[in-house]
Structures are given as C-alpha cells and as structure tokens.
Design a protein around this ligand. Structure first.
Ligand SMILES: Cc1cc2nc3c(=O)[nH]c(=O)nc-3n(C[C@H](O)[C@H](O)[C@H](O)COP(=O)(O)O)c2cc1C
Length: 232
C-alpha cells in the first residue's frame, strides 16, 4: 500500500521538452498499453482506441499545428491562477500563473488587443517528445442508459490514470496535451475517422534536462469528504 500511495503521489505532469533521441523502449510502451487495456470502463465497453505516434515526420507535422487559445480559455484559466506559491498553498486548487505567457495573466485579456510578440507567445510549439499517444473515444461503444455517455467519458479518465501510473512506475515522463483534441488537423494527419473523437493526447519520454520542480497542491481530505450527509 505504501508503495502504491508513493506512486500515486509522485505521478505528475512534466511539461518540459523530452529527448527526441531517446525513444521509449518498446517493452515499456507495451506495458503502458497493457495498463490501458486493463482499465475499468463502464459496462466494460472499452470505448477507446490508441494511436501510437513515433514517426518523426508525423510528430513534426503534429507539432506544427497551430493550437489557437480561445478567449474563453484565457478568461476561465485566469480565474484559476495563483500569483505566488503562498496564494496557491492557500487556495489548494488551480495552478501557478507563471506557467503561462504574461498576456494570459491579465484580467483584461483581449485577443484582438495583443501585440505581435504576445501573439507569438501564444503560438508556443508543442514541446519535443519521441512518442505521442493519442487516445480516441468511440461514442458508438456507449455505456447503456448513460445520459450523454457520461459514464463512458468517466471511463476515459480511468484509461488516462492507468497509463499515467504505468509511466510513472517505469520512470517515463508524461504530459497531457488537451489542445490536440480540438480542430480536425490531428485526426486528418493520423487518419482517424470522423465518427471518433480525440479524448486526449499525451507526450511521453525522458526529459532533455533535469525536470523542473514546481509546487503541487491538493485540497485536504476533509475538504471534500462528507459523512453520511452532504454539507455545503
Ligand atoms: C483531463 C485532463 C486534461 C489535462 N489537460 C492538460 C493540458 O492540456 N495541458 C497540461 O499541461 N496539463 C493538462 N492536464 C494536467 C493537469 O493540469 C494536472 O494533472 C494538474 O494540474 C495537477 O498537476 P499534476 O499532474 O502535476 O499532479 C490535464 C489533466 C487532466 C486530468
């Protein structure tokens, strides 16, 4: 149990560039896919497919895709930012503002008012990695009687966590890149049929240099636990 808790707590997002010259070993990739295979899914629908991308040309084509950020994202992101470690420790949710370009940290952000430098900062290229796993949601394998296939979507989170814990136990870094899910370009490059949706993509690999550390916070157990009756 102690080991499992250690694994759960040490799993983290590693957003730095990964060494393109150091591939993820095939046997480790096989174990990550095996972890995905045994994920719990609602009604055992196994409503996912995984595209393994390790071809440098395909990785480059995906990295070149522009990933526009919406004003809605910036506005809602701003509400979750802390501007110091002390503030983040106090809030216990959200992320540090220093993760984002300066223009994203302004309450009055307006896309149409950015100067050229700020626009360039928003087009940050996808950090390097030798491997990208694109997890695809198949809505036709729907959980029975689940409105909006809510349970099917929850199931994809189980797939993500199984994969993430497997990478952590294998000493491989992982970074979820949600922005590759929107727009059709990744689907087009990978030949993913229109009827399927990209659930999430993750970069995998070994960091180019020692990974940066950053403050990670969580609410206390007592903050989200309700005994016998929900209390506001
Ligand atoms: C469904 C989901 C989507 C996420 N999308 C992104 C993303 O697009 N970019 C990113 O850097 N992190 C993404 N993350 C990572 C979270 O920001 C991260 O898990 C959270 O801040 C806690 O940090 P930790 O993973 O280091 O514990 C995502 C996580 C989940 C579960």
């Amino acid at each position: 149990m102690a080991e499992m808790m250690e694994l759960i707590k040490s799993r983290r997002s590693l957003r730095a560039p990964y060494d393109r010259g150091r591939p993820v070993e095939p046997e480790k990739l096989a174990q990550i896919l095996e972890a995905a295979r045994w994920s719990p899914t609602a009604h055992n629908m196994q409503n996912f497919e995984i595209v393994v991308v390790d071809d440098p040309g395909v990785l480059d084509a995906i990295a070149r895709i522009e990933r526009p950020v919406s004003e809605t994202f910036i506005r809602e992101n701003y509400a979750q930012l802390s501007f110091s470690e002390e503030e983040l420790l106090q809030r216990k949710t959200g992320v540090l503002g220093s993760m984002f370009p300066p223009s994203w940290r302004r309450p009055d952000f307006r896309l149409d008012e950015l100067d050229a430098e700020e626009v360039a900062a928003m087009r940050r290229p996808l950090p390097a990695s030798p491997l990208l796993l694109v997890v695809v949601y198949d809505p036709s394998r729907r959980a029975p009687a689940s409105e909006g296939d809510f349970l099917g979507i929850v199931s994809l989170g189980c797939v993500m966590e199984n994969m993430w814990l497997a990478t952590e136990s294998l000493g491989i870094a992982m970074h979820i890149v949600s922005s590759l899910s929107s727009g059709g370009e990744v689907k087009e490059i990978l030949g993913i049929p229109k009827r399927l949706t990209i659930a999430f993509s993750c970069r995998l690999g070994y960091p180019e240099s020692p990974p940066p550390t950053y403050l990670r916070v969580r609410r206390e157990v007592a903050d989200f636990t309700h005994h016998n009756r929900y209390r506001d």
